[in-house]
Write a protein that binds this ligand. Structure first.
Ligand SMILES: Cc1cc2nc3c(=O)[nH]c(=O)nc-3n(C[C@H](O)[C@H](O)[C@H](O)COP(=O)(O)OP(=O)(O)OC[C@H]3O[C@@H](n4cnc5c(N)ncnc54)[C@H](O)[C@@H]3O)c2cc1C
Length: 279
């Protein structure tokens, strides 16, 4: 009697994390309005980057003064490693939105609000030149699920309310560009001046209102005041709000308490904090 023994060798590929670190360099910059700079990053690994296509958030790691490259955590627990780094090594990190991703060309765009020299991101962007290097934590196309986006309209909602300041303009632009053609939406965008306004690619049923601060500081109540004066379309809304933290919290409070929106129909996010920093 002959016995056949079959041996099976199983190789397990290392699990791909939802986010990977991409080392990139500036390919070009373009001033798209007085306070907004588009930085196009390039890097061979960007062929493995992906995006949900709308409010896709990413983390940018900037070099410390005197460095050409930021020192970045490389392991799967990047945040734990990042926290454990000594202060004089840990790179400044800030959150941004993918404004454009062209994997064939290995290019990714980020639109930076230039708000002065106070923060590491705005300071870096203000002097960015081709060849400057940073690192970006962004979704990895090899992972089965894309994480890091929040625009998820409630299924039985009838219309969308989008409201934000200039830091939310990249996300709102992306959301509108992929919005179904028959979706009704009301959009409020707060910007510093009329020169920041630009045409938006959106369905016919979208009504956009630009609100210019006209010299008033960012992070005031401009959005809430305008929305409080607005009569809403009929039906159940889904609201997406982003901008200065306290302004967004106030706006959400108005929508829930005074306009009767259900809390679960309102997504809100403090994109920046007046007088503080959010990593
Ligand atoms: C999910 C998400 C997506 C985002 N996407 C974008 C994006 O695509 N483009 C973009 O420009 N920003 C975006 N932001 C906001 C950005 O992360 C913050 O503005 C961040 O504070 C900028 O970092 P900084 O180093 O320039 O300033 P920080 O060091 O964080 O702050 C320094 C000082 O600058 C002030 N400050 C920060 N931002 C502004 C501002 N916009 N206007 C006026 N004063 C400010 C702070 O109040 C503080 O006093 C996003 C934030 C989140 C959470």
């Amino acid at each position: 009697m002959t016995t056949t023994v079959t041996t099976t060798v199983t190789t397990t590929a290392a699990a791909v994390q939802p986010y990977s670190l991409f080392r990139v360099e500036v390919v070009r910059t373009q001033r798209i309005s007085p306070s907004m700079l588009r930085v196009t990053f390039g890097g061979p690994d960007l062929k493995l980057c992906t995006s949900a296509g709308h409010d896709q958030r990413i983390k940018l790691f900037f070099p410390l003064p005197g460095q050409t490259d930021p020192i970045v955590p490389e392991g799967p627990d990047w945040f734990g490693e990042f926290r454990a780094m000594p202060d004089n090594v840990r790179p400044p990190i800030r959150t941004f939105t993918i404004s454009g991703l062209r994997t064939d060309a290995r290019e990714l765009d980020v639109d930076f609000v230039l708000h002065g020299d106070l923060g590491p991101a705005s300071r870096w962007a203000g002097s960015a030149r081709p060849g400057d290097r940073i690192a970006i934590l962004a979704p990895d196309a090899r992972h089965p699920e894309i994480l890091g986006y929040e625009y998820k309209p409630t299924e039985d909602s009838d219309w969308t309310l989008l409201a934000g300041d200039e830091t939310a303009l990249p996300a709102i632009t992306q959301i509108l560009s992929v919005m179904p053609a028959d979706r009704q939406a009301v959009v409020f965008l707060e910007v510093a001046s009329a020169q920041e306004m630009r045409p938006l690619d959106c369905p016919a049923g979208v009504h956009v209102t630009w609100l210019c601060r006209g010299g008033a500081p960012a992070g005031g109540g401009v959005l809430k005041e305008a929305i409080a004066r607005t009569e809403f379309p009929a039906g159940r809304p889904y609201a997406w709000l982003a901008g200065e933290s306290s302004a967004v919290v106030e706006l959400r409070r108005h929508l829930v308490r005074e306009r009767g929106l259900d809390k679960k129909d309102v997504y809100f996010s403090g994109y920046w904090l007046l007088g503080g920093a959010i990593e």
